[in-house]
Ligand binder design. Structure first.
Ligand SMILES: Cc1cc2nc3c(=O)[nH]c(=O)nc-3n(C[C@H](O)[C@H](O)[C@H](O)COP(=O)(O)OP(=O)(O)OC[C@H]3O[C@@H](n4cnc5c(N)ncnc54)[C@H](O)[C@@H]3O)c2cc1C
Length: 402
């Protein structure tokens, strides 16, 4: 087994595999250390019913190393419109991609399908190795390299170690970086449903008193991925219901917008939190994706931010390589931290604002909220600014995202 690499990436989720793909495509030698099992085919993906909203920026990043092209077309949907409304009042806003001269606002794909296709694309690159069923148990920082000792005893080293091992990042803990967590005391109940009426490629979200309920259009036309954020006790009750009870609760909470909910598949539940690492780097070490930050899924941005982290870091590493600089040096890592921390904070604060405004039922907030929604719906420049952000077309984007 090879023991020296340019970059070691711990975590073969969306963020880690994207970084590996971007670097491997440019000829760098990387190893991805992944705790989970190897999955060979898209039709054998694990039972994760999460459907993700993917921005144009993320599509561009994935297409830049041909991972987007690996996605099975019958598991990829697009949405050309979005409707958001409030349970308490008449406030509503609707977006249509044609307003910005685009055929789509974004894409919907199951998390597990995206991850499996991504891994297939990454494994086809000659400089990339993916080690499954493997975890780091010790990290040793040296002046000119970093060494990682794996649980099966191998010792590997590189110029840079990147932790993409998710919210519970063990590498972040080994690097002594604090992760500030705010528990929303909400759970997201997630599943795939079939409805009587077609979704018509519209993503819909209704803000209920306990949290938002989203129906994300999937392929084919009567299938949606739902994300129902709610109080933990209510989430527990939803999980315990029979399928018939759950379908009825779902269609009532969604005001029968897509008619009868005819079927729903297995339900899963995720705790919701906002979190951010105090630092995104230390010597020869960087954090990307959920290992660096976690956001509420109400605007479907978590994975998109992770892909932007990966593309930004890859760009800085590759630029340093071309200039003959140390790719794990302080200059690269501090630039990455400044860039992505600033961009991620804007999204996190915006999410926080939305969440506060939509869940606050104290007078006069609901009345003002409804007026603000209707105002934003009719004030075209503001509406287009919101759309550009949601589509991933705004902000300080890495080249691969453009
Ligand atoms: C209900 C819900 C809905 C969401 N909807 C959206 C959406 O619509 N759009 C969007 O952009 N985002 C969405 N997200 C967020 C998105 O799912 C995450 O942000 C994204 O999956 C994070 O990817 P990651 O690669 O950073 O981390 P992860 O997906 O957590 O991957 C981490 C990887 O590291 C591995 N690992 C962990 N520990 C170790 C270790 N010690 N050693 C080796 N490997 C390890 C894990 O096995 C895993 O493969 C949603 C999240 C939730 C909960």
């Amino acid at each position: 087994m090879q023991t020296e690499y340019d970059v070691i990436i711990v975590g073969g989720g969306l963020a880690g595999l994207t970084l590996a793909g971007l670097l491997g495509h440019q000829g760098l030698e990387c190893v991805v250390i992944e705790a989970g099992e190897k999955i060979d085919r898209v039709d054998s993906v694990p039972d994760d019913p999460r459907a993700l909203a993917i921005t144009h920026a993320s599509r561009n990043i994935l297409a830049s190393f041909h991972a987007w092209q690996c996605l099975p077309q019958d598991r990829l949907a697009c949405f050309r419109g979005m409707q958001v409304w409030d349970e308490n009042g008449s406030g509503a806003i609707a977006f249509d991609s044609t307003e910005l001269g685009r055929p789509t606002l974004g894409y919907i794909v199951e998390q597990a399908v995206l991850q499996t296709s991504l891994e297939q694309a990454v494994r086809s690159l000659s400089g990339i190795s993916v080690l499954h069923n493997s975890r780091p148990c010790d990290i040793q920082w040296q002046d000119d390299h970093v060494s990682v000792i794996l649980d099966k005893g191998e010792n590997i080293s590189a110029h840079l170690l990147v932790a993409a091992d998710g919210v519970q990042s063990a590498c972040r803990a080994m690097a002594g970086i604090n992760y500030r967590v705010h528990d929303y005391r909400q759970r997201a109940v997630v599943c795939v449903t079939r409805t009587a009426l077609p979704h018509g490629e519209i993503a819909r979200q209704r803000f209920l008193t306990d949290g938002p309920l989203a129906f994300l259009p999937m392929y084919p036309d009567h299938q949606c991925g739902i994300v129902w954020s709610t109080r933990p006790a209510h989430a527990e009750a939803l999980l315990k219901m029979t399928e018939r009870e759950f379908n009825q609760a779902l269609q009532a909470a969604f005001e029968h917008t897509l008619g009868e909910v005819k079927e729903s598949e297995r339900r899963s539940c995720f705790p919701l939190r906002r979190a951010e690492a105090e630092y995104y780097c230390r010597e020869r070490f960087a954090l990307i994706g959920d290992a660096a930050h976690s956001v509420h899924p109400l605007a479907g941005q978590g994975a998109n931010l992770g892909l932007l982290d990966a593309a930004s870091l890859a760009q800085l590493i590759l630029e340093a390589g071309v200039k003959g600089r140390d790719i794990g040096g302080r200059r690269v890592l501090r630039s990455y931290e400044r860039w992505r921390k600033g961009e991620n904070r804007i999204v996190m604060m915006t999410m926080e604002g939305f969440k506060y405004v939509f869940e606050n039922q104290s007078s006069p907030v609901p009345m003002l909220r409804n007026r603000a929604l209707n105002f934003a719906n009719s004030f075209i420049p503001l509406k287009h600014t919101i759309m550009r952000y949601a589509m991933g077309l705004s902000g300080d984007l890495p080249v691969a995202a453009k």
